[in-house]
Design a protein around this ligand. Structure first.
Ligand SMILES: [Zn+2]
Length: 376
């Protein structure tokens, strides 16, 4: 059973409800001329400073993920490959995925940022943060158990989910992934595991090829616990909102998670140079509110978010600001010069209806709603 949304606590400053997790060591993952570069975080840091968020938000320092942390998800061979390549001065794993001398350290701190955030959110005192946003790089959601790919070395969000289960005893973990790309690494780690519900909203087709269609919905005991929501290129806030309200919210709530983790990639923004979607800041506020609502409605810890994509250094900062604003009720009222209302495509409605028809063992009754079916 779910409860109505709990009211906001009124005796604690709301700005303390969300923590900022970051470390300048993330800048030392040097990718050279590459869309995933240190300028992304530098631009975000400048914004946090200009808006005063850097001093207003409580700060949690990342710790390096240990071998034991990483080995809950990755193979020993993979660790040896990444660490060895960095120790030898770095190199390219593939045309997209770069390792520099400090990349292994940064990747351990990226995963460890989530682990430190979890420690604070899960076992912190009543005045501690309820949520956190880890501003890390490299990103992680493409990294497979035995392979780095797609700018990602270690799968931070997957490592955090396993840590939450094994160290903090949280049984059911929801991972919501709104990055424009499909989180293939995360999906593959938990594909046969009913203790982790993976929900991905992504552009389809897009990279990585072959990943993220509706029929990839888990296997074995995990059948139904992977939810792929592949949206056609150009989809905007309205199409994403329909997906969130008709699919993500009811399915995630029925799952009754103990923890909500988010792979927050802002490359579905309308001005992103890599993605082809049309989400604006209002969309990211809605995603964030949804993650908060799911946690409140189910009594889950979190949400704990980590930065995945987002490759426009002019827009990523204020989109991060929008997310913090929503998590903390900060009253920033971030304006997006790209704000616009666009219609939902018929293709999106058809795909969403197909996602809704897929059986989910933890959903008591079929998730039905008029809005998707009513294509008109
Ligand atoms: Zn992405």
């Amino acid at each position: 059973m779910t409860e109505p949304h709990a009211p906001h606590a009124t005796n604690t400053p709301r700005t303390q409800r969300v923590a900022l997790v970051t470390d300048t060591a993330y800048l030392r993952h040097d990718t050279g001329y590459h869309p995933e570069n240190a300028a992304r975080l530098r631009a975000v840091y400048a914004y946090l400073h200009e808006t005063g968020l850097d001093t207003r938000l409580p700060h949690i320092a990342p710790r390096p993920a240990t071998d034991a942390d990483l080995l809950r998800v990755h193979t020993a061979r993979h660790l040896a490959h990444i660490e060895g390549l960095a120790a030898r001065g770095g190199g390219s794993i593939d045309p997209d995925t770069i390792v520099s001398p400090h990349s292994a350290e940064a990747a351990r701190l990226a995963a460890g940022g989530l682990l430190a955030a979890l420690d604070a959110v899960v076992s912190g005192d009543s005045h501690g943060p309820r949520s956190a946003f880890v501003l890390a790089r490299p990103p992680g959601h493409h990294a497979m158990a035995d392979r780095a790919m797609g700018f990602c070395l270690y799968n931070s969000v997957a490592i955090a989910a396993r840590y939450a289960q094994e160290v903090h005893g949280l049984r059911r973990v929801l991972i919501l992934d709104w990055d424009v790309h499909h989180g293939n690494g995360t999906q593959s780690v938990f594909y046969d595991d009913p203790s982790v519900l993976f929900i991905s909203l992504h552009q389809y087709p897009l990279w990585p090829p072959g990943w993220g269609w509706i029929d990839q919905d888990g296997e074995g005991a995990g059948a139904g616990y992977t939810v792929n929501i592949p949206l056609p290129p150009g989809e905007s806030d309205a199409g994403y909102a329909l997906a969130c309200e008709e699919i993500v919210r009811p399915i995630a709530t029925a799952f009754q998670p103990d923890l909500v983790l988010v792979s927050a990639g802002q490359d579905c923004h309308i001005a992103d140079p890599i993605g082809g979607m049309a989400v604006t800041s209002a969309g990211f506020a809605a995603f964030t509110r949804l993650a908060l609502d799911i946690a409140r409605a189910t009594g889950a810890r979190g949400p704990v978010l980590t930065l995945e994509g987002g490759y426009n250094p002019d827009t990523l900062p204020y989109l991060v600001g929008t997310i913090f604003d929503t998590l903390g009720g900060l009253g920033l009222d971030v304006a997006d010069p790209y704000a616009r209302a666009l219609p939902i495509s018929a293709e999106a409605r058809a795909r969403l209806a197909e996602v809704k028809r897929a059986p989910r063992p933890f959903v008591d009754k079929p998730v039905v709603g008029a809005a998707i079916e009513d294509v008109g």
